[in-house]
Design a protein around this ligand. Structure first.
Ligand code: ZN
Ligand code: ZN
Length: 151
């Protein structure tokens, strides 16, 4: 994660021939947002649950997307969030399709979960884990050590 962020920053610094302060990256709960850029704090927050399930999409899209917001803010100030400056940053500087913006808000990254039950609780499983169960994998509750079964 840190490496990916540093690599993108090094790339941007080369492109613009200037230094940027590397942002703080946090993993706080953020509802359905994959990532959020906090411009004044020079911080990006990533949705930890979504990150775990969609690492590739985060590295290829979400992180460049949010970093582009920070860099555009530092370079141009208050402009349209996904305007031409941001698109240029994504496409020209990071070589990442700016049109991919919305794809990670939808199906593969959604927060849809399936309810399972163990002997002590109800547990929400991700779509990926649920699909694994359908293929025969079994999950144990860490607390009561019983197998999870679909509700
Ligand atoms: Zn955005
Ligand atoms: Zn349990």
């Amino acid at each position: 994660m840190k490496q990916r962020v540093s690599a993108l920053y090094q790339h941007a610094e080369k492109y613009f021939s200037r230094a940027f302060v590397t942002p703080e990256v946090t993993f706080r709960r953020s509802g359905r947002n994959a990532g959020t850029a906090f411009l004044n704090q020079n911080r990006i927050n990533l949705n930890g649950a979504l990150f775990t399930e969609n690492r590739d999409a985060f590295f290829s899209q979400v992180i460049p997307h949010e970093i582009s917001h920070l860099l555009v803010w530092q370079l141009y100030g208050r402009v349209k969030p996904h305007g031409k400056e941001w698109q240029h940053m994504m496409e020209e500087v990071f070589n990442t399709p700016a049109s991919a913006t919305h794809s990670f808000d939808l199906a593969p990254l959604n927060l849809k979960t399936f309810r399972y039950r163990c002997n002590c609780d109800v547990i929400e499983l991700s779509v990926r884990r649920h699909n694994n169960v359908l293929k025969g994998q079994r999950y144990l509750c860490r607390r009561c050590n019983s197998y999870l079964t679909a509700e």
